[in-house]
Ligand binder design. Structure first.
Ligand code: MG
Length: 392
């Protein structure tokens, strides 16, 4: 059976605010209309998808569907009923038609599957998704005027799916003023099944619905924290690099690169949040390219890897362990430098310092140590769920 989707996107959608028809407004960077089309394409059950638009919005439409393989859109009418009629009249060679609203862009496969299943029964002329009403229903405007029995009532969603020929005939015969295809089909005496709707197929209508829809399409983020540690030995020199800042000192730090222990510890911490090994794996000391290298490169690389996984760097904290040089006078510059390398706000960067009370190699000023911790959020991946043991 040749199934075709007809997506109605001709309305003004002014209730949703935002200064342009809601179907062209973005949900997490992608327009509502494009999301609706891509959702139907992803299902895989449709031989074609036709969009009904208001011709005055043609430029918005072209931008919204750029790169998608779609037939020429159909011009809508002054009412939704007329727009659907125009769309149906433009179709040919279609067995089943799913009439859908762009505003229900997030309809899940289960709803579409349920409609296809209902239409596999030859006894059904159509099928609509419905959700049982759980709230008590009352009638009244300013004052209570009585209750309504909710038994057998449901909220109807789209797509509404029909055998094409009977729906077209019903539309041609319909009086003006029908709210949806179900009403038109009922007036024509068609037999329509009610299948399972889904709250995810809710209609984006009010301004706050955009945030709700955006939350639904944004992958859940999980928190990760990881630590790093590094040591370099003091040697001859007149300055040390610490957290990206050159600090005058009576010694330097020995290392293959600029020996910036702060940035090295922090690089390892960031790599740890994505379990991507350590700094030596990415920048082997045996590689001459990194001889004398500024450690900015290492830290920026780790940040790029985290962001490549869709990660957000929430906070980093570095502790420098030494008797000298004094860190306090350079703390602000260090925080600003790290923030710049990571492209995050300075208030998300902490730099601390401590001594070891003259104990150990740092106390004897043989070397300088640093530890760091990084906190990030990453999109949840398959396998992230932990199984809790069964409780007795
Ligand atoms: Mg190092």
């Amino acid at each position: 059976m040749n199934a075709h989707a007809l997506v109605v996107a001709a309305g003004a959608g002014v209730r949703a605010g935002g200064g342009l028809p809601k179907q062209y407004r973005a949900i997490a960077g992608v327009s509502l209309l494009r999301r609706a089309i891509e959702r139907l394409q992803a299902h895989g059950g449709f031989a074609g998808i036709t969009i009904v638009i208001n011709p005055v919005d043609r430029a918005l439409y072209d931008a919204a569907v750029a790169g998608l393989a779609l037939p020429e859109p159909v011009a809508g009418g002054s009412t939704r009923q007329q727009s659907v009629r125009n769309g149906l009249e433009a179709l040919a060679g279609v067995d089943l038609v799913f009439v859908h609203d762009a505003a229900r862009a997030l309809v899940p496969d289960t709803v579409l599957d349920g409609l296809f299943a209902a239409l596999s029964d030859p006894a059904n002329d159509g099928a609509v998704p419905g959700i049982a009403v759980n709230d008590s229903l009352r009638r009244g405007a300013a004052h209570y005027q009585g209750s309504v029995d909710r038994d057998g009532l449901f909220r109807v969603q789209t797509p509404q799916a029909f055998r094409f020929a009977p729906l077209l005939a019903a539309h041609r015969a319909a009086a003006a003023g029908a709210t949806d295809e179900l009403a038109i089909a009922m007036a024509a005496g068609l037999k329509v099944a009610v299948t399972s709707g889904d709250e995810r197929a809710f209609k984006v209508t009010e301004p706050e619905d955009f945030a709700k829809a955006a939350a639904m399409v944004t992958p859940a983020l999980t928190s990760r924290a990881a630590s790093g540690f590094d040591v370099h030995r003091f040697g001859a020199g007149d300055h040390v690099w610490l957290c990206g800042i050159a600090i005058p000192h009576d010694h330097g730090l020995i290392g293959h690169s600029d020996a910036d222990v702060g940035l090295h510890a922090l690089t390892d911490a960031l790599l740890g949040t994505i379990a991507a090994g350590d700094i030596g794996d990415h920048f082997p000391p045996s590689d001459v390219r990194w001889k004398g290298a500024s450690s900015d490169i290492f830290l920026a690389h780790a940040a790029t890897l985290v962001r490549g996984r869709g990660g957000i760097i929430d906070h980093v904290d570095v502790t420098l362990i030494c008797e000298r040089p004094k860190i306090g006078p350079h703390r602000t510059a260090m925080r600003e430098r790290i923030a710049a390398i990571l492209s995050i706000a300075t208030n998300r960067v902490s730099v601390k310092a401590t001594t070891t009370e003259l104990l150990g190699f740092t106390g004897r000023s043989e070397g300088l140590a640093a530890q760091a911790i990084a906190s990030v959020r990453l999109p949840a991946q398959a396998g992230d769920d932990c199984q809790l043991p069964e409780q007795d």
